[in-house]
Design a protein around this ligand. Sequence first.
Ligand SMILES: [Zn+2]
Ligand SMILES: [Zn+2]
Length: 181
Amino acid sequence: MDLLIFWDSGAPGGLGLPVSRFIGDLFSLPAQVCPNPVILNGYVGSRHQTDARTVLDSLQIFRQRQRIPDPVLLVCGTDLFTEGVTSLFGLARPSSGVAVVSTARLGNEFYGLPEKEEELIDRLVKEGAHEIGHLLSLEHCNDPECIMYAPLTLDDLDRKVRWFCPDCRSVLDGAISRTMI
Ligand SMILES: [Zn+2]
Ligand SMILES: [Zn+2]
């Protein structure tokens, strides 16, 4: 199994390679990054946001049509929302093997702070790995340092480390070994 990362043109360029490499390292799986081939629908002008569910619908259709067996993560730059949630870092649909993360609220600029590329990369790796974790059957974890902890704020995300706690790691290893059979 590989991890497939679609990089949208609206996300900061040049980060795809480091982010995919770090994510691949976390899972000990090969991670491929390529330009996003899926049209981003779901923009709601009155909110200046995109409905993450619509994005996942398009991604799901593309993955099925192309018969892609691997988990697919889309990295986009547009700000996301979903039903009942005013904003979110990312969303996964484990039943369809697709997930999306947005860089919109992961960069310091959004919070009026100086831009730091290495911080954006770190947050994208953690958030992207979190959503891929869901695709590989992981659920939320109570350990605030674990990748599978659900971050509500950027501070929560920064408190996490690039690490799966032993419980999550063992579920993950089981899920990965099942797909290898
Ligand atoms: Zn989650
Ligand atoms: Zn955990």
